[in-house]
Write a protein that binds this ligand. Structure first.
Ligand code: GDP
Ligand code: IMO
Ligand code: MG
Length: 392
């Protein structure tokens, strides 16, 4: 059994990481965020209540868990305390017992938000000040949580009880064999180094970001799972080879309720891209894949999967982050038969319609990574485990 599991977005974010973390958190001791900030929107549906978490890790709905905001995260204190108040109104208490913030995380300051709102439109950023806060960090003129506290700013006193050396803490938890979930924000194709630059976010959303964003060594990560939607979505600008600008796309967008959790923007929609998923598997060292939103494809007569790209008359199966090449990559599809049945309440893999099983098996074959979990709806109970060994 793994002692810790990384949950990483394998596409352009919004793959359903929040749901997966909340599901796995039941058996975990610690849930830790290592990248991004409140550009994230992680949706959890528990006991018919819906919560969208932006900054606080998705383990917070469970009692007696420790949620960690690591040094790789950028923290907007106003958002943090708003989120704490919002959770409190929903009956969830957030205290220094269940939430810890790294003393060396960097702060998002009002001027970062202003700058992002003024300059982020080409990329289509969330306008939350993420890019400017990370830019200040890289330029060595940022404000760390510890600096902010010492300067006696507006939220310094309120923040203080939550603040610790989280690298020390996480390493102690690892030594104690505590069960830890590493919660990725955004997705591999939005990663600052390995995404579709410049149409990316400003942090490392890939599994490698766990080490820098929490202060642990790479040997300490046991299992790495990639979360993939059964199709692809993207909010904001940038290349998207399998994008659908037709009725089928509209249908999937509607059925999947593909509107952003953070900004409410409509998410662009396209077919599953096995080339992109294989790239994500390589960059992250996925042990397995978690496929979400399979239920959304129900009722489609035919379902396409991108298995390669045609670039300048040549076929390739390698993804590229060269924008010009990517924009000139024509997807090559295989076509699978769909299924009509509503699968959102299926409890066992065997009970899925044959064509849904075939779709999953084909995705597995193409990406060359086993599927360990399938999600059939936003609720905790709408989850199938295919490979027990990958989880707690
Ligand atoms: P995250 O950013 O990766 O945590 O994903 P988001 O929360 O932004 O977006 C995923 C959306 O899909 C949320 O509204 C979830 O409640 C919902 N969701 C997650 N898994 C499933 C699923 O298997 N089926 C359906 N229909 N919805 C899901
Ligand atoms: P979760 O964790 C989807 C996108 C923005 C924009 C680009 C840069 O919910 O999966 P930023 O504000 O980060 O500078 O914006 O990245 N983006 C996301 N898209 N899910 C997210 O997070 C995202 N976080 C940022 O739309 O295109
Ligand atoms: Mg999201």
């Amino acid at each position: 059994m793994p002692r810790n599991i990384a949950v990483i977005g394998a596409q352009f974010g919004d793959e359903g990481k929040g749901k997966v973390i909340d599901f796995l958190a039941e058996k975990a001791d610690v849930i830790a965020r290592f990248n991004g900030g409140n550009n994230a929107g992680h949706t959890i549906v528990a006991e018919k209540k819906k919560f969208i978490l932006h900054l606080i890790p998705s383990g917070i709905l469970h009692r007696n868990k420790i949620n960690v905001i690591g040094n790789g995260v950028v923290v907007d204190p106003e958002v943090l305390f708003e989120e704490i108040a919002h959770l409190s109104r929903g009956g969830i208490k957030v205290t220094p017992e269940n939430l810890v913030v790294s003393s060396s995380a960097h702060m998002i300051l009002p001027e970062h938000i202003e700058e992002d709102k003024a300059k982020g439109s080409k990329i289509g950023t969330t306008g939350r000040g993420i890019g400017p806060a990370y830019a200040a960090k890289a330029a060595r003129k940022g404000t760390r949580v510890i600096d902010y506290i010492q300067k006696k700013e507006k939220y310094s006193e309120k923040l203080k009880p939550f603040v610790k050396d989280t690298s020390l803490l996480i390493n102690q938890f690892l030594d104690q064999n505590k069960k830890i979930l590493f919660e990725g924000a955004q997705g591999t194709l939005l990663d600052i180094d390995h995404g579709t630059y410049p149409f990316v976010t400003s942090s490392n959303a890939i599994s490698g970001g766990i080490c820098t964003g929490l202060g642990i060594g790479p040997k300490r990560i046991d299992k790495i799972t990639g979360v993939v939607k059964a199709y692809v979505t993207r909010v904001g600008n940038g290349p998207f080879p399998t994008e659908l600008n037709d009725k089928t796309g509209e249908r999937i967008q509607k059925a999947g309720n593909e509107f952003g959790s953070t900004t409410g923007r409509a998410r662009r929609v396209g077919w599953f891209d096995a080339v992109m998923a294989k790239y994500a598997a390589r960059i992250n060292s996925f042990d397995s894949m978690i496929i979400t939103k399979l239920d959304v494809l129900s009722g489609l007569e035919k379902i396409k999967i991108c298995v390669g790209y045609r670039r300048k008359e040549k076929r390739t199966e390698e993804f590229t982050t060269n924008l010009e090449e990517l924009e000139n990559s024509e997807p090559i599809y295989i076509v699978m038969d769909g299924w009509d049945d509503d699968i959102s309440n299926v409890k066992q893999f065997e009970d899925l319609p044959k064509n849904a099983k075939d779709y999953l098996r084909r995705v597995e074959q193409l990406v060359k990574i086993p599927v360990s979990m399938v999600s059939l709806g936003p609720g905790r109970e709408q989850t199938l485990i295919l490979r027990r060994n990958e989880f707690f």
